[in-house]
Design a protein around this ligand. Structure first.
Ligand SMILES: Cc1cc2nc3c(=O)[nH]c(=O)nc-3n(C[C@H](O)[C@H](O)[C@H](O)COP(=O)(O)OP(=O)(O)OC[C@H]3O[C@@H](n4cnc5c(N)ncnc54)[C@H](O)[C@@H]3O)c2cc1C
Length: 385
C-alpha cells in the first residue's frame, strides 16, 4: 500500500543502512535522496560476517542470493588453542534455507547495494552533509552543505557511529571504549579453509574468515588499554608482534603480513542510544543508534534489519508517529541484546587475557544462544529464500 504520509525521505549517510534504506523505500514507491559525506566511495576491502538474519533481511530487497553468490557461505566455526589443538567445533544456528554464515568482502557488499540503488530513482549527493535541520509541523526542513535545501517527510540519520544527525538532534552521546582493538588483513584462501577458524591465545584471539572462493581475512582481537594511536606505517609490525605467541597456521600466515597499508585496525567502541531514536521526523538507524563490538558479527545485520523493518512498517500507512513508535517496539530490545552481549564477550576475553575468566563461562554456548535469538522471526515473519 502507498504511504500517504511519507513520500520523500532524506537519508544522511550512504553506508550499509543508508543504501539498504534507499532500495527498500523505493520498493514502497517512496522517493529518497542520499547525502554522503565522502566525495568518492572509499570502502575498505576487508570482509564482513553475515549471519542468517542479515541474509533474511537482505532477501526482502532481493539481494541475499547475490551476497551468497559473491561471498562464501559455510556452516560454522571451529575453535582452537593458540597452538592449534581443537577445543570445540559446531554449526551456527540458522534459519531454514540460509547458511549459518556468509562471509563477503565489504567492497562487494557495497557494490551490490549501490548497483541496486542505481536501479531506483534515488538521487545521491556525494561530498555532502547536513548543515541544518529544522522541525516543521508536517515534516522537516533541511539544508545540505551542497546548497540544496528542502522539506522532507522523514530524515534518516544513517551516518554511522559518529553521526552528525545524532549530535544535531540529541546532542553529544558518549561512546564507551571497550579496551580492545580489531586487526584485519586480507589473505588468499586455500580450498581447505572452508569454515571460520578461531584460535585463543593468552593475549589475543586470531581468526581466519572465508569471504570468497579465493579470499579470506585474518581477524585478530587484542587488549589495547587506553586506546593507543597506532602509527600507520608500523601496522604490519604491530600486528605481527601481537600474534607472535600463535603456532601452527596463524604463524604461517603471519609471514604474509608485509604491507602496512593493507592492515585495517579499529579500536572498539559501543553505544546504545536510549529510546526513542527519533525526534519529530528525524530517525536514527544503524550505528548512529547502536554501535556494537563486532564479536557477534551483528552490527551491519542490525543496521540492515532497522531499515527493512521501517520499510515494512511504512507499508501499513499508519501516522508517522505510530510508525516510529512501532519501529522502536520492534528494534530496541533486539539492538540492546546485541550491544550488551557483545560487550559481555569483550569483557570475558579481557578477563581471560588477565587470567581471571570464571570457570563456568561457556562462550560458545553464549554466542550460539544469542545468534539463535536473532534468528527468531521478526516483523511480519520475513520470508525464507
Ligand atoms: C572491526 C569491525 C568489524 C566488524 N565486523 C562486522 C561483521 O563481521 N558483521 C557485521 O554485521 N558487522 C560488523 N561490523 C559492524 C558494521 O561495520 C557496522 O555495524 C555497519 O557498517 C553499520 O552500518 P551503518 O550504515 O549504520 O554505518 P556505516 O556503514 O558506517 O555508514 C555510514 C555512512 O555515513 C557516511 N557519513 C558519516 N558521517 C556523515 C555525515 N556527517 N554526513 C553524511 N554522511 C556521513 C559515511 O561516510 C558512511 O558512508 C564491524 C565493525 C567493526 C568496527
Amino acid at each position: 500500500m502507498t504511504n500517504e504520509h511519507v513520500k520523500k525521505v532524506l537519508i544522511v549517510g550512504g553506508g550499509i543502512s543508508g543504501l539498504t534504506a534507499a532500495i527498500a523505500l523505493a520498493k514502497n514507491g517512496i522517493r529518497a535522496e542520499i547525502a554522503e559525506k565522502t566525495s568518492e566511495w572509499n570502502v575498505y576491502g576487508v570482509g564482513i560476517i553475515q549471519p542468517p538474519n542479515a541474509l533474511r533481511a537482505l532477501n526482502e530487497i532481493g539481494l541475499a542470493k547475490e551476497c551468497m553468490k559473491q561471498g562464501f557461505s559455510y556452516s560454522g566455526f571451529d575453535y582452537y588453542t593458540a597452538q592449534g589443538h581443537l577445543l570445540n567445533d559446531g554449526d551456527c544456528p540458522t534459519i531454514e534455507g540460509y547458511p549459518g554464515v556468509n562471509g563477503i568482502s565489504r567492497k562487494k557488499l557495497h557494490n551490490i547495494l549501490l548497483d541496486a540503488v542505481h536501479q531506483t530513482e534515488t538521487k545521491i549527493y556525494m561530498g555532502t552533509t547536513v548543515s541544518r535541520i529544522e522541525p516543521l509541523p508536517e515534516g522537516v526542513f533541511v539544508e545540505l552543505s551542497n546548497g540544496i535545501s528542502g522539506q522532507y517527510d522523514l530524515l534518516l540519520g544513517s551516518d554511522g557511529a559518529n553521526s552528525i544527525v545524532r549530535k544535531m538532534i540529541f546532542g553529544d552521546v558518549p561512546q564507551q571504549y571497550c579496551g580492545q582493538g580489531v586487526w584485519r588483513y586480507t589473505l588468499p584462501r586455500p580450498k581447505d579453509i572452508a569454515r571460520g577458524l578461531f584460535y585463543y591465545g593468552r593475549k589475543a584471539k586470531a581468526g581466519l574468515v572465508p569471504m570468497s572462493d579465493d579470499k579470506m581475512y585474518l581477524l585478530v582481537t587484542t587488549p589495547e588499554p587506553g586506546n593507543p594511536k597506532m602509527p600507520a606505517d608500523q601496522l604490519h609490525t604491530l600486528l605481527k608482534e601481537r600474534i607472535s605467541e600463535f603456532g601452527g597456521i596463524i604463524k604461517e600466515y603471519a609471514d604474509q603480513i608485509t604491507d602496512p597499508s593493507q592492515v585495517v585496525y579499529r579500536p572498539i567502541f559501543s553505544h546504545l542510544i536510549p529510546q526513542p531514536w527519533y525526534k519529530g521526523r528525524v530517525l536514527l538507524v544503524g550505528d548512529a543508534a547502536h554501535g556494537t563490538a563486532p564479536h557477534l558479527g551483528q552490527g551491519a545485520s542490525l543496521a540492515i534489519e532497522d531499515v527493512i523493518v521501517l520499510a515494512e512498517l511504512l507499508k501499513r500507512n499508519l501516522s508517522i508517529e505510530n510508525t516510529l513508535d512501532q519501529f522502536m517496539q520492534e528494534r530496541f530490545e533486539r539492538s540492546r541484546l546485541i550491544v550488551e552481549h557483545s560487550d559481555q564477550l569483550v569483557k570475558w576475553e579481557l578477563d581471560a587475557w588477565k587470567g581471571n575468566l570464571q570457570k563456568d563461562v561457556n562462550i560458545t554456548d553464549y554466542v550460539n544462544e544469542t545468534l539463535a535469538e536473532m534468528n527468531k522471526p521478526i516483523i511480519s515473519k520475513l520470508s525464507t529464500l
